[in-house]
Design a protein around this ligand. Sequence first.
Ligand code: AGP
Length: 612
Amino acid sequence: MCGIVGYIGKRKAYPILIKGLYRLEYRGYDSAGVALLDGELKLYKTRGKVADLDKMVNGHSAEGTLGIAHTRWATHGEPNDVNAHPHFSQSKKLALIHNGIIENYASLKSELINRGYHFESDTDTEVLVHLIEDIQQNERISLEEAVRMAMNQVIGAYAIVLLSEEQPDQLIAAKKGSPLVIGIGRDEFFIASDPSPIVEYTKDVVYLEDDEMAIIPRSGELSVKTIRNQEKTPYVYHLEMQLSSIEKGGYPHFMLKEIYEQPRSIKDSMRGRLNAGKGIISLGGIIDYEQKLVNCQRIIIVACGTSWHAGLVGEYLFEDLARIPVEVEYASEFRYRNPVIGERDVVIAISQSGETADTLAAVQMARSKGATILGICNVVGSSIARATHAGSYTHAGPEIGVASTKAFTAQVTILSLMALLVARKKGSLSTSRYFQLLAEMESIPALVERTLKVNDTIVGISRIFQHAQNFLYLGRGYNFPVALEGALKLKEISYIHAEGYPAAEMKHGPIALIDEEMPVVVIATKKGSYDKVVSNIQEVKARKGIIIAVVTEGDHEVRSMADHVIEIPETDEVFVPLVATIPLQLLSYHIAVLRGCNVDQPRNLAKSVTVE
Ligand code: AGP
């Protein structure tokens, strides 16, 4: 996710642009840049935060009433000055900013290189601006038409704003998959990723739809059409929301926003990597190490916290689907216990921030012992990502809430893709089962969207248990890591003590805790050892425990014995963690809010534990 801002009108552009970037910094903050047109096209950009860009520009005359600006969340190319947006075309007469992922950028880039184009950055965005210029020059057509033709060649998600030195009275925008909103002022227009940079100037906005583009004049009428060249009459909304609520996209907390982003973030994790119809999984980042994974004698997954829970799901996936032995290690323990590691071991390091000290140290230690190291990180160019041999980024976008939510489901998505890819190569899955799982995987974002509708049920349950002193979370098989993750979510943001346990293990001690004060969350979805979980529920009920059951839609058996039931859509057992986790995230969120806790920044915690 990135933040983009544009302005054209009668005012000085820079103050509007830089203030807009500050408002959008939650969308990405590893590098920033601005392009201004004041006779000539000037471009300033730098690795770092918006404040670093502001400092850089303040030494120059940031004149001009037309400009575009960008704060980046790297998806292609490390965060550095060169990869920051805006990007120039070859002639340096066009400047482009982009939020999204161009899936076919590699093929477009090689064609352009063959036609003599040179690239300064590693980004997919630079490919786009060169493509637009190439089409305009070769076809001798208007810039607007060149943009339209280029967008018809692009596969992926984009929100772009283009500025031309030779056309000082217009900006061109286009949108597919990433948000873009245009503010309509009096003889001025504002463009941004969301209304927060716009709402103080005007509350009249147009939301571009997918496959639409806009020609934005200095004054006069906004023109909108589809990339198939059909004119559209833009619908003008009048915003009611207040600025304070907008910076979180209208949500009260970043955590809730990120919980609700999961249909999109899971989709973005799969974008360009899964083609269920053709049975293709392509993880470009590990392409050179696929055989290593297929032939390895063992996979060791190292991580901390929620990422460790994702690793546990990975253990079930790789062993179940690819028949490879897996060990999941707390990085903090693994790094010090002098483990036996060989060259036939593959270590997978999982980290949202890519900066967790223990995980980084574990990676460095394992690499020094000759293991192959793969990474699953959310921050491009982070220390752990750079310490591995190869890896796959989760593309979940910035996760601001300290309690990890969308990063977890994105990590599990990547692990699912890796396990299925290796299983296919090893032939450990039948063709029919393989295609069935790929088709089911494509449906996960929609199932997660449907699962989010349990929110009101969860609010009701949260009100009942907001004063509980302890919780127990139970699950079996693929749902055991889900139980651990649900317990971690609750304790880290509501400060209620909670423990996750394998459901069968409850009888070996924790059952002594069960009484009428103890809420027990049981993930009892239809697949796997369902009957055994039903027995565990009965054991809890026999001791007057309170059952909050997460069940598959239409389940009547558990409903008849549970005190509270949360229904989730049915999916294949291997993908249940992606769906069953959602209600547990919501449960911890609403209980924490009811308890007046600081949900986004819980006490004693930090988003990235960069110390031992
Ligand atoms: C999860 O909600 C916590 N914030 C914490 O456990 C986190 O998962 C852990 O610190 C690992 O962080 P990483 O994924 O950035 O390495």
